[in-house]
Design a binder for this molecule. Structure first.
Ligand code: BES
Ligand code: MN
Ligand code: MN
Length: 457
């Protein structure tokens, strides 16, 4: 442990500068305007993998953005760790809410502010630097493969094809992903599950054109009003979701499992204060930890229609739209839930409007094992690096490829995340603690070491 600590200390400035370089690339996968930025990021990642000691580095083209692959196979008798991460980031909008520009990383209060700082550039890059250390100091305990993709934030559609076509190349004993959060530096934790996702876009169409809201208002259904009512009806007075069949496949946790989950330290007052809300909200009968981890949800992500420019324009819009996400838990299935949503939404529409439901990408929920050696190795690595045994938690976010890896490669993942829920992922002022970054780099070689040891026993 002292050796890696010293190495990180000696190379700290360079590790930060390299991450800053990576963060300066605007690799927004959702917006075609950033195409160059995304492609240049892939080049940079490939070069850094080579510099760190990876062989057979390749920028693998897909129908979308490329996947960067690299490996170092030292001994076919040793276990192989596959590192997955993503070099693409979410759009930075609304840009005006950033205190410093999203693609000019800045340090404030020991934190690196930039889009992608925690999600996921700062996190996957820890693996590149930990790998550099293991190669330079002859401490590689496992074969290592890297697969860093550029389309995670838009649904990883092409990754599935890549995985199916590269089963042999991706052969490994465990997949390690640092793209989740821990409770805090004082209370390390490991996410042992991720929610799935169904994502739909809806359109409510009324009259064949926008109308004068005085001349026609009162006599024609207003799509914006109808859409609002329909959306409001999707939760009942207990904040349960009203779509028939929605909860049919939900795996309920046992009383002991729920108790264990709720033992993780969580301060409601601090949580409310951080978010600037007076009161929390959610499904009756469940705690906040449960509502955001083991229960399915339905959220409006965007809603629009009619006049939203400056001043007042009196208009009755001909359409209104919304983007709606549903987070899923075991054993829900994203296609089935999308179908149930569509049926229900069409059923509740009054005759005065027409509705169109358009499904987007989805993903399946997963639970990662806590009884295997990968979890044990991660637990031990975190315990040694942080001086405290990590607690298992359940993550609310989604990384759809985790279930795909399981299905296609038959390999389970361990979610070795070092971010914090308060890192402002997908929000303005995304950040990542310097301490989290450096501690992560120290922890990763320990994981490799313990994993190899446990695998041999
Ligand atoms: N890294 C996140 C997922 C995440 C965040 C998991 C925090 C656990 C804790 C990932 O990049 C992400 O944002 N995923 C998307 C899904 C994707 C299909 C767009 C998400 O969760 O919204
Ligand atoms: Mn991510
Ligand atoms: Mn993300």
């Amino acid at each position: 442990m002292q050796k890696i600590k010293d190495y990180v200390e000696a190379n700290k400035d360079r590790f930060l500068n390299e991450l800053f370089e990576l963060l300066r690339f605007p690799s927004v996968s959702a917006d075609p305007q950033f195409k160059e930025g995304v492609l240049n990021t892939a080049e940079f990642v490939a070069q850094k993998l080579k510099d760190a000691g990876a062989n057979n580095v390749e920028i693998c083209p897909t129908a979308g953005y490329p996947i960067v692959y690299g490996e170092r196979i030292i001994d076919s008798n040793l276990p192989t760790v596959l590192v997955y991460g993503h070099y693409d980031v979410q759009p930075a909008d609304p840009i005006e809410l950033w205190d410093t520009p999203p693609f000019e990383p800045t340090i404030r209060d020991g934190k690196i502010y930039a889009r992608g700082a925690a999600d996921d550039k700062g996190q996957f890059y820890m693996h590149v630097k930990a790998f550099e250390y293991m190669v330079n100091e002859n401490e590689l305990a496992c074969n290592v493969k890297f697969m860093i993709e550029g389309e995670e934030e838009v649904g990883s559609e092409n990754l599935g094809i890549f995985v199916k076509e590269n089963i042999e190349r991706l052969k490994s004993d465990v997949i390690v992903i640092s793209d989740t959060a821990m409770i805090s530096l004082e209370t390390p934790s490991i996410e042992t599950g991720l929610r799935g996702l169904s994502y739909v876009e809806v359109e409510v169409v009324g009259p064949n054109r926008d109308l004068h809201s005085g001349v026609y208002g009162g006599g024609v259904a207003n799509p914006a009003t109808i859409l609002s009512k329909m959306i409001a009806s999707l939760h009942d007075e207990n904040n349960h979701i009203t779509i028939p069949g929605f909860y049919d496949d939900v795996a309920e946790l046992s009383a002991e499992q729920r108790k264990a989950l709720n033992e993780a330290p969580f301060d409601i007052e601090v949580y409310k204060e951080d978010l600037g809300v007076q009161e929390l909200w959610g499904e009756k009968g469940y705690t906040t930890i449960e509502r955001t981890g083991i229960r399915p949800t339905l959220e409006v992500n965007g809603i629009w229609g009619g006049y939203i420019g400056e001043g007042a324009k009196t208009v009755l819009p001909s359409k209104a739209n919304a983007k709606i996400s549903m987070r899923l838990v075991p054993n829900q299935n994203s296609e089935r839930i999308t179908q149930l949503f569509k049926q229900h939404f069409e059923n509740i529409a009054p005759k005065s409007v027409q509705v169109i439901v358009k499904p987007h990408h989805g993903g399946e929920p997963v639970v990662t094992p806590t009884d295997g050696i990968a979890y044990q190795a991660a637990e031990k690595a975190l315990e040694v690096a942080f001086g405290k045994k990590p607690v298992p938690t359940r993550g609310g976010g989604s990384i759809p490829i985790v279930s795909l890896f399981e299905k296609e490669l038959g390999v389970k993942s361990v979610l070795l995340g070092f971010g914090l829920d308060s890192d402002n992922l997908h929000s303005p002022n995304e950040k990542y603690g310097i301490e989290n970054y450096l501690k992560g780099i120290q922890t990763i070689p320990l994981f490799h070491k313990y994993y190899a040891e446990l695998k041999n026993n």
